[in-house]
Structure formats: structure tokens, C-alpha cells
Design a protein around this ligand. Structure first.
Ligand SMILES: [Zn+2]
Length: 91
């Protein structure tokens, strides 16, 4: 058991839930506070080259572990080459 863990309280960008996290290990997301989106992401969900202004004002926001695992499941389900190939070959 270690008492060295630094815990910070923050609000999850995805679900807006307040949660405690370790800033050294938490998943952070870079967000443009003006749009509330990732720098370079348009309101229509497309991506373009982020402007230097957007990158300069971008802030890091934490994502709670629940949303991280949800996002991972989503990514794995979306890409058939990920996940299925790692299925253990039981012989
Ligand atoms: Zn969340």
C-alpha cells in the first residue's frame, strides 16, 4: 500500500462526472475551450488541420476510466482487425 499517490478531482470531459484521478496515469484529452472539441475537429465531426490559435488555447481535460474503457470497446468493435485477431487460439 502506498500513500504517495497524488489525487486530483476533475470532471470527465465525456460524461461530465466528477471523479478523483492520479494526474500521472489518467487519460487526458486535448480540447479547444472555444469549441469544446479536439483542436482541428469541426462541429460536423470532420477533421482539418488545427489552427495554431486552437492549439495554443487547447487545454487538457481528464477522461474517467469508465469512458476510457467504453472508448476502447468502441474502437475495437469498429476495427475488425483489432481484438478478433488476438482471440486466443485454443487447440
Ligand atoms: Zn466519463
Amino acid at each position: 500500500m502506498t500513500d504517495k499517490k497524488i489525487t486530483t478531482i476533475g470532471r470527465c470531459y465525456a460524461c461530465k462526472r466528477t471523479f478523483a484521478f492520479d494526474p500521472g496515469t489518467v487519460m487526458m484529452f486535448s480540447i479547444d475551450p472555444e469549441t469544446g472539441l479536439i483542436p482541428g475537429m469541426t462541429v460536423f465531426g470532420g477533421m482539418r488541420e488545427p489552427t495554431p490559435e486552437a492549439l495554443a488555447r487547447a487545454i487538457d481535460v481528464p477522461i474517467c476510466p469508465d469512458c476510457v474503457s467504453k472508448a476502447k470497446q468502441f474502437v475495437e468493435a469498429d476495427d475488425p482487425s483489432v481484438g478478433w485477431k488476438r482471440w486466443p487460439a485454443d487447440e
